[in-house]
Design a protein around this ligand. Sequence first.
Ligand SMILES: [Zn+2]
Length: 457
Amino acid sequence: MLSSPRSLRLGRAALLLACTAICVVTVLQLRATAAPLPTAPAGPDRWVAMRFARLVEANGRVIRDAVIVVHNDRIHSVGGPETPVPPVAALVDLSRLTAIPGLIDVHTHMSYYWDQRETARPWEQLANRPSAVTVFMAQENARRTLGTGVTTVRDLGSFDYMDIAIRDLIQRGFMNGPRMFVSGYGLQITDEVPQRQRPLQDSGRADGVAEVMRVVRQQVAAGADWIKMYGSTGSGDDVSGQQTFTYEEMKAAVDAAHSLGKRIAIHSYGASGARDAVRAGADSVEHAVDLDDATMQEMIRRRIFYVPTIDHNRYYIENAAGFGYTAEAVERMKSFLARNLQTTRRAHQLGVRIAMGSDAVMTMFGQNTRELGWFVQAGMSPLSALATATTAAATLLGKEKALGSLAPGYLADIVAIDGDPTTDIRSVIHGVRWVMKGGIVVVSQLNDEKNRLRVMD
Ligand SMILES: [Zn+2]
């Protein structure tokens, strides 16, 4: 705790000291971000104080000339310019920028990496490359995600437990990337004839209640934080949305996950799979279009989240040539995208809880928050859109006391953006300049000399 707090209004001598401190600290921070792995300043007790033009949260709280004091990995205090700052605190001047909470993307596939120097199609590359190599390459996906202000992700589908490896490498400081909640193998039904020439990546394969229970337990035993179940067809250029698992199988997966203290996301492109996922009590329903009002009311009643992932079809459409998708497939994706937007509009009107998931794969990392633009098109205010990537997403993760807000005791995940997120969501999507994750600066674009040397006064 603080022994002798002081105000930011320092005397001349103290100001000089502070100037020296901030110059040194800011340069250190910038050096740290230039290196591949940012490291924490030495010492058991780290204090950092930051000043911003304003602080904005999804609940509408705005503080002008905001000061945030961080102690180690947590936020210690938040307030206006009079906020007491401990004498030992390093001072960081971000007074031209707006502070928002670190963002959360609740649907990624971090291990899906596309090496664009290769001629093979991205899905083919992923299937044929050794997983250890992919994990190494996926560092780029993780870094690009941080660059969008996303400091936490829920990763919904990988194989060979690459997601668990990436999560742990980030946590142990060997990789720079967002905090990850991962799901291991997504559960899938048997839906193809085994092909002799290709090893089956089928550790998520399950048919019938008993197998569903076994595969859920296997993912948890392997270290998964979440369970992912593919309740319908649909992926990449396939937007067909035929239900796969039955209601009974979904219910078995939900019960098995919940009894082990884990939450479950059920993927369904179509309405029927989503309806059964809701009846079965999934914690979130991913992608689905054409949800009827009764299903949406049931989602409200049971506090089930809708994660629309509208933007991932925009990404596939724009990159159809690279993926080898046909013109007909592009037309189908365009029509799906329009229905996805319409379903989101209706869900928001009725009051269904919505969380931001990009469904980022391959080179979509770095575009994780474009989904927020669709949410505003679907009728959300910029602040409601911000909530889907902060407070709402944190609630979906069960981390509403640690993530999604800039309040004392929360993890020090702070994003500095250029612009005003209360009026323009583009400031969140395109305006990220600086990112702190758990008290460590992980992104900084503040490399102009003037900004580097400015001090708090
Ligand atoms: Zn996905």
